[in-house]
Design a protein around this ligand. Structure first.
Ligand SMILES: C=CC1=C(C)c2cc3[nH]c(cc4nc(cc5[nH]c(cc1n2)c(C)c5CCC(=O)O)C(CCC(=O)O)=C4C)c(C)c3C=C
Ligand SMILES: [Fe+2]
Ligand SMILES: [Fe+2]
Length: 338
């Protein structure tokens, strides 16, 4: 058989694909429903047997949650681009990373994808391959490993590769919860935020997205990774004695990792802590959980409980420090390739 005229396909480049969680395509019922249906059907996210969970998801959760959460997304939506902030920030991180690493030459190609919704991991892998990437670094933008986030990015990547004749050589970046570049970036952003405040915090709440407690008991290292980042951030800033580690965003009736952020901030004024700063180091980009849940719901609950000052430290987003972290990841994980 003679090879076709476009044979061989282009090759020789290295693709770097940054992946974050995903966000709905719009805030009205159907886009919200599609997003939540995809997210909450992922067995890495909800580990309950599908026979028990799917009827609850389709008959109960997906009838009310899309409208409720659509309102929350509306409050944080990037109306100019008509997209969730997670997309806006991830795109900008990718562009700034590409500019930062331009001196390494045009063998590197950068792109971004979302685990749920668009742009998908599969379409971006195919686009990178079409550009000539026969090596691929997938970097999940979760500093702390969790099966519900990091592993599901790997699963989706493997699913895409299963469909390919010429698979790129694959690396998946390691979690970076204790890498000095990441701790330095968090410490700089906390110090910078504190220096801009008109008050001194009595407590610094280090809030993490929660997971069901049994995921942790089954061996997920997430809790240990969060604990280590919290400790290193406390040591690096000298603020360890003021810090409280908490978990937010509970979903469903199960017990999740404790203490809960909302109950903690509600209880602080009664304990004499009326000035509070919250930092959420597990989120590499601002999103619903930081802008609305921490900056809206938790702030409101704290002030209602008698608190006076409440500030949320912005996520690293597309700051210079965030790009330092991404540069460190790419340089480390492509060792031997460039
Ligand atoms: C059982 C459900 C969930 C688990 C487990 C879970 C883990 C988890 N999630 C993040 C990061 C994000 N989650 C976000 C939103 C979000 N999370 C869940 C459920 C679980 N998450 C839901 C249903 C939602 C959607 C909103 C809602 O309906 O409450 C987001 C924000 C996305 C955005 O568009 O802004 C992020 C980011 C981590 C890091 C994590 C485990 C460590
Ligand atoms: Fe979540
Ligand atoms: Fe939430």
């Amino acid at each position: 058989m003679t090879p076709s005229t476009n044979h061989p396909p282009p090759f020789g480049k290295i693709g770097v694909l940054l992946v974050n969680l995903g966000t709905p395509e719009g805030t009205s019922y159907w886009p919200m429903r599609r997003y939540l249906a995809e997210f909450l059907s992922d067995r890495r996210v909800i580990e309950t047997s599908p026979a028990l969970w799917l009827p609850v998801l389709h008959l109960m959760v997906l009838s009310s949650r899309p409208t409720q959460k659509g309102k929350d997304y509306q409050a944080i939506w990037n109306h100019e681009r008509d997209e969730g902030p997670l997309k806006t920030v991830t795109r900008s991180q990718t562009e700034k990373l590409a500019a930062r690493l331009a001196p390494l030459g045009d063998r590197l190609a950068f792109d971004w994808a979302m685990r749920y919704g668009k742009p998908s991991i599969a379409e971006k892998i195919l686009a990178l391959q079409a550009e000539g990437c026969d090596r691929l670094l997938v970097a999940p933008l979760y500093p702390q490993y969790c099966a519900a986030t990091s592993a599901t990015v790997a699963d989706k990547t493997f699913d895409a590769l299963k469909q390919m004749r010429w698979q790129p050589t694959l690396r998946i970046a390691a979690p970076f919860f204790d890498r000095p570049a990441y701790i330095d970036a968090l410490a700089a952003s906390l110090r910078d935020q504190l220096s801009q405040l008109a008050f001194k915090p009595d407590k610094i709440v280090v809030s993490w997205h929660g997971i069901p407690k049994d995921y942790s008991e089954k061996g997920d290292p997430y809790f240990c990774h969060c604990s280590k980042t919290t400790r290193l951030l406390g040591e690096s800033t000298g603020l360890r004695d003021k810090m409280l580690m908490t978990f937010q965003s509970q979903f469903g009736p199960k017990e999740w990792l404790q203490p809960y952020t909302l109950a903690t901030v509600q209880g602080l004024p009664a304990q004499g802590a009326r000035n509070v700063v919250v930092i959420a180091p597990g989120f590499f980009a601002d999103c619903l959980e930081t802008l609305e849940e921490l900056g809206g719901e938790n702030r409101h609950a704290f002030l209602e409980a008698g608190g006076e000052n409440f500030a949320v430290v912005p996520c690293l987003n597309d700051s210079r420090e965030a790009i330092d972290v991404l540069e460190d990841i790419v340089r480390t994980e492509t060792a031997g390739w460039i």
